[in-house]
Design a protein around this ligand. Structure first.
Ligand SMILES: NC(=O)c1ccc[n+]([C@@H]2O[C@H](COP(=O)([O-])OP(=O)(O)OC[C@H]3O[C@@H](n4cnc5c(N)ncnc54)[C@H](OP(=O)(O)O)[C@@H]3O)[C@@H](O)[C@H]2O)c1
Length: 219
């Protein structure tokens, strides 16, 4: 049985992925910051605020000796829908720490649990694509996903001969708190193709920015 560790699995896409991987026969470890619907699933629940280095280190210690076939860093927050220069400095910092620095710290803290055949995936967004930015909006969030992509690329370049599969995933626009009620697809519709893509890419190696239909997204 393969094991997936999903960071940020309390609701939205993270909860949906925990449910889907579990239904497909994976053993799932999901994290939440506080008691959530994750507890209604037949999964192992861990507590993690991804911005806490102490909590990341403690989680790593608790997982000692485990093999994590899939590490999926999903947690993120939205920003105001405003030009970057108009955002409060602390709001800018909070989005960047949560969406960029913390996922990279999580990857670097937990990656030794992932075997050579394993996958490290981080949830990105189409909004992180600089090439596809033709409409602005949610500027700090966009910049956070672009920065995340860049740092995952640095991570991949530093590990040129790493056989593991490294993925940045664009799930598409989905009805969650972050995606808003106007999004085209529900979590139930959005999650299976994301999981299909991850399962299809597993064991193949390489580093890719892909969307839920396994199409490569331009940087
Ligand atoms: N929905 C979309 O349209 C869309 C599109 C492209 C990309 N994405 C990406 O998909 C991922 C999931 O988003 P979503 O739409 O499912 O959003 P969501 O429903 O708002 O869920 C966000 C998740 O991140 C967790 N989280 C936030 N800050 C955290 C922290 N400091 N420590 C630990 N967990 C934290 C939340 O936990 P709490 O319950 O504790 O707050 C929650 O589980 C994100 O990376 C997002 O950028 C979403």
């Amino acid at each position: 049985m393969k094991t997936a560790l999903i960071l940020g699995a309390s609701r939205g896409l993270g909860l949906g992925m925990a449910k889907e991987f579990q239904a497909r026969g994976w053993q799932v470890i999901g994290t939440e910051r506080s008691p959530s619907d994750l507890r209604t699933l037949d999964v192992t629940v861990e507590t993690l605020d991804i911005t806490s280095q102490e909590q990341l280190a403690a989680l790593r210690k608790r997982l000692d000796g485990q093999t994590i076939d899939l590490l999926f860093v999903n947690a993120a927050v939205a920003s105001a829908d405003a030009p970057a220069a108009s955002v409060e400095t602390q709001d800018f910092v909070d989005v960047m720490v949560t969406n960029v620095l913390s996922p990279m710290r999580a990857v670097e803290t937990l990656d030794d649990l992932v075997p050579p055949t394993g996958t490290i995936a981080v949830m990105s967004s189409r909004q992180g694509s600089i090439a596809m930015n033709t409409n602005a909006g949610y500027e700090v969030y966009r910049a956070s996903k672009s920065a995340l992509n860049q740092l995952m690329r640095c991570y991949a370049v530093r590990r040129e001969n790493d056989p593991r599969t490294l993925l940045l995933v664009n799930p598409g626009h989905v009805q969650t708190e972050l995606g808003g009620p106007g999004a085209v697809r529900t979590v139930e519709e959005a999650v299976p193709p994301v999981v299909d893509t991850v399962e299809k890419r597993a064991g193949q190696g390489g580093f890719f920015f892909v969307d839920y239909n396994d199409q490569v997204v331009p940087w």
